[in-house]
Design a protein around this ligand. Structure first.
Ligand code: NAP
Length: 253
């Protein structure tokens, strides 16, 4: 049974795989035996270095995912260097608080280009080789913010972007099931990463977040990575179109 979590020789791309949730997912997939390609704009936090030190077969593809030409280049790189693509984890994302009245087009474009357009392009480019293989897994990192409107921070654009990720996931799961391609999402609650490292003036949000989470605490990236390993591995062979919530019970209330 536990063999079903093994990923020996599977080729996996993790966007934003150099820190935070993406790094934890890359670690989990690497430990399961996957060959990794991690992407991000920089490795200044040394995530790639730590993956290498862990002894994994790992490559760093330095790139800005919002450049429309980049997603196809990442997929082409995987096919050229590794001859196949088994797993795509669309994890790279950005958050920026703000209510709609103060949200200018630059902010809106940054959120949508990163969280929605780039994910769409990555999926579009990955589908072709996965169809040829008649095999593939896509995992998108959504958010509970795509399911409920979090408080106290106003974040209408981020919430809308993550709802789009969830619907993209369901649509692709339905469209490509006949090609043996499974597409799922994870909707994390509040997870301790740079994204949730609040500036001094917003630190009073933490007690509100903890209070609204039945488990009374924020999650760790590894707690998301465990769910990711399940959804990327044969352990979830009959799961597709699912948005798996990992939120300490937040959305149960
Ligand atoms: N933390 C949470 O509480 C939480 C909750 C729900 C959902 N999520 C989602 O989980 C995912 C990971 O978030 P995180 O908390 O781990 O955030 P994080 O620590 O800020 O990491 C974000 C990652 O995305 C990469 N990235 C951002 N913009 C990019 C771009 N334009 N091109 C390429 N890579 C880019 C970053 O690398 P570079 O900056 O080096 O490019 C970094 O590796 C995101 O999709 C986020 O929306 C997070």
């Amino acid at each position: 049974m536990f063999d079903k979590f093994k990923l020996d020789n599977k080729v996996a791309i993790v966007t934003g795989g150099t820190r935070g949730i993406g790094l934890a997912i890359a670690m989990a997939l690497g430990e399961a035996g996957a060959k990794l390609i991690v992407t991000s704009r920089t490795d200044k936090y040394n995530g790639f270095e730590s993956l290498k030190k862990s002894g994994f077969d790992v490559t760093f593809y330095e790139s800005d995912i919002t450049d429309p030409s980049v997603p196809q280049k990442i997929i082409d790189y995987a096919i050229k260097e590794k001859s196949r693509l088994d797993i795509l984890v669309n994890n790279a994302g950005v958050a920026q608080h703000g209510d709609i009245e103060t949200y200018n087009d630059n902010l809106l474009n940054k959120i949508m280009n990163t969280n929605v357009d780039a994910v769409f392009r990555m999926c579009r480019s990955a589908i072709t080789p996965m169809k040829k293989q008649n095999d593939g897994v896509i995992l998108n990192i959504g958010s509970i913010s795509g399911l409920v409107s979090n408080i106290p921070q106003p974040q209408v654009a981020y919430n809308a972007s993550k709802a789009a990720v969830h619907m993209m996931t369901k649509s692709l799961a339905s469209d490509y099931a006949e090609h043996n391609i499974r597409v799922n999402a994870i909707a994390p609650g509040y997870i301790k990463t740079d994204m949730c490292d609040l500036p001094e003036e917003n630190k009073h949000w933490y007690p509100v977040w903890n209070q609204m989470t039945p488990m009374g605490r924020m999650g760790n990236p590894e707690e998301v990575a465990a769910a990711a390993l399940f959804l990327c591995s044969p352990a979830s062979s009959y799961v597709s179109g699912e948005v798996l919530v990992v939120d300490g019970g937040y959305t149960s209330r």
